[in-house]
Design a protein around this ligand. Structure first.
Ligand code: ATP
Ligand code: MG
Length: 572
């Protein structure tokens, strides 16, 4: 008997080993048969902005844990403040969650669905002497709040009669009073150690129409009076949120006590939020960037929004892998954006189609190659995949290479093109620089080379080797394109920590560089459909921007091939 228990304990231990602390709690609750063995989480965005990568972390948790243990996850819009909320955000939030790879089925809810129930509960609490209408201004209420070490002061309206409270609250909702003139407060404990218990506000007056309920309501519940109860009404068992809600938890439980019986109760669990270096995550700041035109909209590829990352060319797999890597803990941390970028490179390396583009072209004329002749060379689409196949690329007498790949007076270890030196053109021949043509100002306008006809990389008996290999495109066949090169939006590691400076001052002035006159191989132009991921060989990962058209190709650089920032930082 004893042996069996030990074995069972061991099995349980090994099952729990790979789980994060939230999953372990869920595991234990399910094992203990709590809530009838049900698991139901929720993701509760307020539709007052677009989702960012921090929300993605919460989404991966809320939907992920439900998936892992066969439960369900609700999408609940926390629409309790009509002043800042909009359907535009509701639609965007849905799209973003789907893009991340999660689905809520028919479990789409709104806190506003519960306004009638919450109102009834408020009425009940007033009748039971547990809530009162306070006629003071928010400044007066704040001034009486006390500090964590000194108790607060009771409001002079705290001991109003039930009748008066009922009458006033109903009239608040009928629109008889101005915004800010009265609130409904819970009568808890002005001396509580927990500041959230010092008669928290339950309802405030707002007269802005609501995007779903119109002008029906003039009073709106505060977060603390809406969230826990909404969880309860929905049957949520595990209400997972971020650490700043730890001090709210006793109040969450206190309001649940008013409505729950023994058969079921939701439980709040908190994890550390995602903070990224060189990034701001506050919705207020992101909204300011958009509204003030400091970026080009919520989906500007420099934004940490989910739609921005998507437009930039990040993949859902990369975002999820990154979140997996950083994990979930009980401690606040600042995560390096390099880790996210690493995850993006890692995924794009596996899936991106290799192709050639020359960002800063200089023309090369191969003088001994027959004029008018065109050859087709085969290029691997992706050496990381077994059956990615190849595509053809035209080769001819005039090609473009990167200006940076040529130096007239190269240093010793320069294995690219230089006078008298040889390089291989990837997938094609070895060329040798014979002459340089310059304009009146001394700028190189053309490089003249000869090629070795026996040196084709696909030739039988394998061609001879040279040190450098360059990417190139055939001049006559290349298509013009624009590329947008992105860098970090902020040039300060932790903008949120610089409380003395306005975050706008920390914007990186070089976060977007637009380059035109880029030459891409025809294959890229033919496949420049939204969502396609390319690796421009030796340069980086690129994807067509939403602005791209067949007449005017535009590509976003998702990420460089290597982390150049790390290098700069190591040097510096
Ligand atoms: P607000 O200041 O408007 O409340 P918010 O970022 O909390 O902003 P919500 O829409 O309320 O926005 O967030 C929805 C959920 O996402 C919440 O459960 C919240 O805890 C979680 N969340 C928000 N930011 C992060 C973050 N940086 N890391 C992890 N989770 C986050
Ligand atoms: Mg919030």
């Amino acid at each position: 008997m004893e042996e069996k228990t030990a074995a069972a304990a061991e099995a349980e231990n090994s099952e729990k080993k790979g789980l994060n602390f939230v999953e372990q709690i869920v595991y234990d609750d399910l094992k203990a048969g709590k809530n009838g063995g049900r698991l139901n989480t929720r993701f509760p965005p307020e539709p007052n902005g677009y989702l960012h990568i921090g929300h993605a972390k919460a989404i991966c948790m809320d939907f992920g844990v439900a998936e892992k243990f066969g439960g369900t996850c609700n999408l609940r819009f926390d629409d309790t403040n009509p002043v800042k909320e909009d359907v535009e955000y509701v639609d965007a939030i849905r799209d973003d969650i789907h893009w991340l790879g999660f689905d809520w089925g028919d479990r789409e809810y709104y806190a506003s669905d519960y306004f009638p129930k919450l109102y009834d509960l408020a009425i009940r609490l007033i009748k039971e002497g547990k809530a009162y209408v306070d006629d003071q201004t928010s400044e007066q209420i704040a001034a009486q709040k006390g500090t964590p070490t000194t108790p607060g002061q009771e409001s002079p309206y705290r001991n109003r009669s039930v009748e008066e409270n009922l009458d006033l609250f109903q009239r608040m909702n009928a629109g008889e009073f101005d915004e800010g003139s009265r609130v409904l407060r819970a009568k808890l404990d002005m001396a509580s150690d927990n500041m959230h218990f010092r008669d928290p506000i339950m309802y405030r007056i707002i007269k802005t129409p609501h995007h779903r309920t119109g002008t029906k309501w003039k009073v709106y519940p505060m977060y603390d009076f809406a969230h826990g109860q909404s969880d309860y009404f929905e049957g949520v068992t595990h209400s997972i949120c971020t650490l700043e809600f730890v001090p709210h938890r006793p109040l969450y439980d206190r309001f649940i006590d008013e409505i729950a019986d023994e058969s079921y109760r939701p439980r709040q669990i908190e994890f550390n939020r995602l903070n990224l270096t060189y990034t701001v995550m506050s919705k207020r700041k992101l909204l300011a960037l958009v509204k003030e035109g400091l970026v080009n909209g919520w989906d500007d590829p420099r934004m940490p929004t989910v739609c921005g990352l998507r437009r930039r060319g990040f993949t859902p797999a990369a975002v999820r892998n990154f979140i997996n890597t950083i994990g979930y803990t009980k401690y606040e941390a600042l995560n390096s954006v390099s880790l996210l970028e690493h995850a993006v490179r890692d995924d794009l390396n596996k899936i991106a189609t290799r192709a050639m583009a020359v960002i800063n072209p200089v023309k090369v004329v191969i003088t001994n190659y027959p004029e008018g002749q065109v050859e087709t060379v085969q290029m691997d689409n992706n050496p990381e995949q077994e059956d990615a196949g190849t595509h053809s690329m035209p080769f001819s007498r005039e090609i473009y290479i990167e200006r940076d790949d040529f130096m007239e007076e190269p240093p010793k270890k320069f294995f690219r093109l230089a006078p008298g030196k040889e390089v291989r053109l990837k997938g094609a021949y070895i060329i040798k620089c014979e002459n340089v043509v310059k304009d009146a100002d001394g700028n190189i306008t053309q490089i003249e080379c000869t090629y070795d006809p026996e040196s084709h990389s696909g030739a039988p008996g394998a061609a001879r080797k040279v040190k450098g290999t360059l990417h190139w495109v055939s001049a006559a066949h290349a298509v013009d394109a624009e590329v947008r090169l992105y860098d970090r939006l902020f040039n300060v590691e932790n903008p949120a920590a610089e409380t003395e400076r306005d975050f706008r001052e920390m914007l990186n002035p070089d976060s977007l560089k637009v380059v035109t006159g880029v030459k891409v191989e025809p294959f890229i132009a033919e496949n420049a459909k939204r969502g396609t991921k390319f690796q421009f060989q030796r340069i980086g990962y690129f994807t067509p921007d939403y602005d791209s058209t067949p007449e005017h190709l535009v590509f976003n650089r998702t990420i460089q091939l290597k982390d150049t920032w790390e290098k700069v930082q190591n040097k510096g």
